[in-house]
Design a protein around this ligand. Sequence first.
Ligand SMILES: *Cc1c(COP(=O)(O)O)cnc(C)c1O
Length: 366
Amino acid sequence: MNKIPLIDLGAQYNELKTEINEALRRVLESGVYIAGPEVEALEREIAVLTEARYAVSVANGTDALLLALEAAGIGPGDEVITTAYTFFATAEAIARRGATPVFADIDENSYNLSPEAAAAKITPKTKAIIPVHLFGHPADMDAFQKLALLHNLTIIEDACQAIGATYNNRPLGAIGDMGCFSVFPTKNLGGFGDGGIVVTNNEKHAERVRLLARHGSRKKYFHETIGCNSRMDPLQAAAIRVKLAKLHEWNARRRDAASYYNQELAGAALKLPAAASHVQHVYHLYVLQHDNRGRLAADLRKEGIATGHYYPCPLHLQAAFSYLGYKEGDLPVTERACKLAIALPLSPHMTRRQQSYIVEKVKQYG
Ligand SMILES: *Cc1c(COP(=O)(O)O)cnc(C)c1O
């Protein structure tokens, strides 16, 4: 058996090589290398996919979060509640706005921010909550929407890992006030570099994000406000549009691979990922918990199987957030998840043969 990577991006390209090359050539020959029809078409298509009225493309998922927070008026003195079990960017964006990230613990089954734990952290300074749809599993949006109504909060979905996933049959992104996506190459809709998108049903928010991302300018060389330069390249947009046509099929293949693992690994000394019945998980990552994840990862590596550690250090214990004063033991469910998590290879292009080999080795060493 050849080495099995965590995700095989080359296989995605190979399946669509002709169409992607053609799309890139179209952009190269058009002479339009910033904004233009490919970017506009992608924004329309993402709005359709997410059932959002507006989609605004930006330079990356981190900017999507940062600009969504700014559009919501979040700044110094404000508190934003989120999870510490996520990629750094979620809380980095809050801190970059001069606001204070407030970390609440997660639900032990979905690994997402617990609405009860978040509710307990609400103060008069709380302005927003950022639920993260971690690993492709939707967060409990009904509960967060209720909190938002009760306390007048903005809900910004960090949907960077969950494009195409649904909650009560609604696509993620525009269930809250705004939703943020990333097209970082390893994401479920991965480009060939960086890119991001903000979706919303709120016209004011959409206009504000667009204005801020385009130097605060609507009319060339006239600037209403201080913004920044955050754009998605037409080359990215054109390639992503090709992949977008495959998103649902590829997400279905991910779910199929995940259910094979779930079936074959049931009964092993592992905690398997659970999908709630009212959601459609898109398995951006297939993450297990194992009591000795370091040893299991080393054993699997010897057998040619790559694994991932999402995430080795929770955000409340990161050096960058030491100024917030959290200590070990503050978020026990999060800390335990960080200690035990091990991601197995899962991608739309892996074969059953690869999967059954992985299952055999996980059972042998697990
Ligand atoms: C990838 C990711 C981001 C950041 O996206 P970039 O495009 O890399 O800036 C933010 N939040 C989560 C949960 C992510 O997985």
